[in-house]
Design a protein around this ligand. Structure first.
Ligand code: HAM
Length: 417
């Protein structure tokens, strides 16, 4: 038997039902904030991700699905969407049309990580990207949107962490200081961690190694002490706006995030409902990325969130089945055409959900199925009654009352229900 690839999931109708509902809420949420949907291809030139996410990040180093096409062009399934949005923004020269562009997206991303609860190889992200504003109110808008989305879905145990990585050169200055501060503790590092400290020192702050974590907490410098006065002013204004909007947050001086394109504000939302993979969403400013990828000097900020992690945190259980409003019960082969036409007519003219049996089952099992689908009504085509009076039996499934309705009254009947 051919099976799905490890770390991917089939979403059956009982699961997509919840996802559709979440997506509808997200669409409305984004629209009332003035963010328009962008859909970009799920594969891009590999170079797009190596240049934006960063050569030495875990994502680019070991997690991308990359292959060569027939022309020797290196392609990659997107591991995240920010790079693609920026590419599309540059390619369409959008800054020439509007001083600010606000996008949202929902779609699959791919990372070859070790699968576990809340961590997949094909997962789904939703997120926003706002390109054009350098001002802290833009940061506050994006952070508050992330927080308010989880609030909208009823999540309570949320923690918002924010920090500033400062402007362009701060990360490399800080990285050097971090490396220096760790020299005396080389024996606590394993080989991989030591390589990481040399190639991408900031990532060491995310280590899961308890001993190393302790050493870092006690000895590593804070990036916040390296940033400029302007960076601090920016940060303070962001937090002042968040305070006024009643968005709770914690300033975490160790938060640096794992992608290279960030500068200034970075943030993450976590939930205690999630276990080891506790990041619901993450984001930050990437003021240099548009220029670095060949566009104009356009500042930007955004976040992305894992759909699967939202669903875990919401503790949604799968629906048993799709529901219906009306179940038409027919057992006569002669009336199949009539049944199908009536179903279509009710869907079109009344706009309600109608189900018909296509297994030619007995009345009893059709009725059982109608109950399972939580039908509000069933329409029973009884051969004798229909033949003599062109009437149908309408059964109210909640109180079990029945009445006969003439076939030309049926649309009116359900329209007035
Ligand atoms: P990220 O932190 O790499 O940021 O991913 C964002 C979110 O995607 C995570 O917080 C998590 O919820 C979800 N996620 C990531 N990897 C997996 C996985 N393997 N399985 C399940 N869920 C996962 C970004 O992707 C940036 N593009 C965010 C951003 C947008 N920054 C600025 N704009």
């Amino acid at each position: 038997m051919i099976k799905n690839i490890k770390g991917t999931k089939d979403l059956l109708p009982n699961a997509t039902y919840n996802i559709q509902d979440i997506e509808q809420h997200l669409n409305t949420f984004m629209n009332i904030h003035g963010y328009g949907e962008i859909r970009t291809p799920i594969f891009e030139s590999t170079e797009l991700f190596s240049r934006s996410v960063g050569e030495h990040t875990d994502i680019v180093n070991k997690e991308m699905y990359t292959w060569e096409d027939q022309n020797g062009h290196s392609l990659t399934l997107r591991p995240e969407m920010t790079a693609s949005v920026v590419r599309a923004y540059i390619q369409n020269k959008l800054w020439k049309q509007e001083p600010i562009s606000k996008f949202f997206y929902i779609g699959p991303s791919f990372r070859r990580e070790r699968p576990q609860k809340g961590r997949l190889r094909q997962f789904h992200q939703f997120g926003v990207e706002a390109l054009g504003s350098q001002y802290p109110e833009q940061d506050a808008e994006v952070i508050s949107m992330a927080y308010n989305i989880y609030n909208m879905f009823g999540l309570e145990d949320l923690s918002v962490k924010i920090n500033s990585l400062g402007g362009k050169d701060i990360k490399s200055k800080y990285g050097k200081a971090l490396q220096k501060s760790m020299v005396d503790f080389k024996d606590v590092f394993n080989e991989q961690e030591w390589v990481r400290l040399n190639n991408n020192p900031l990532r060491i702050l995310d280590t899961k190694n308890k001993n190393l974590k302790k050493i870092i907490n006690e000895n590593a410098p804070n990036i916040f002490d390296f940033i400029s006065i302007d960076d601090k002013k920016h940060f303070n204004k962001v937090t002042s706006i968040l305070n006024s909007m009643n968005i709770p947050y914690e300033h975490d001086v160790k938060l640096v995030r794992g992608l290279d394109y960030y500068s200034r504000t970075v943030f993450e939302l976590t939930s205690s409902e999630l276990g080891a993979q506790d990041a619901l969403c993450g984001g930050g400013r990437y003021d240099n990325l548009v220029a670095e990828l060949g566009g104009a000097n356009i500042p930007a900020i955004g976040f992305a969130a894992g759909m699967e992690r939202l669903i875990i945190a919401m503790k949604l259980s799968n629906n048993d089945t799709i529901n219906t409003d009306i179940y038409i019960i027919n057992t006569e082969e002669n009336y199949i055409e009539y049944t199908m036409t009536l179903a279509d007519k009710l869907r079109k003219e009344v706009g309600i959900a109608v189900h018909t049996d296509t297994l030619r089952r007995s009345i009893k099992s059709q009725m059982r199925h109608a109950n399972k689908m939580n039908a509000k009504y069933s329409i029973i085509i009884n051969k004798e009654i229909f033949k003599s009076s062109k009437k149908l039996l309408i059964k109210n499934m909640s109180d079990n009352t029945q009445e006969e309705i003439s076939e030309d009254e049926i649309v009116n009947f359900f329209q007035s229900e």
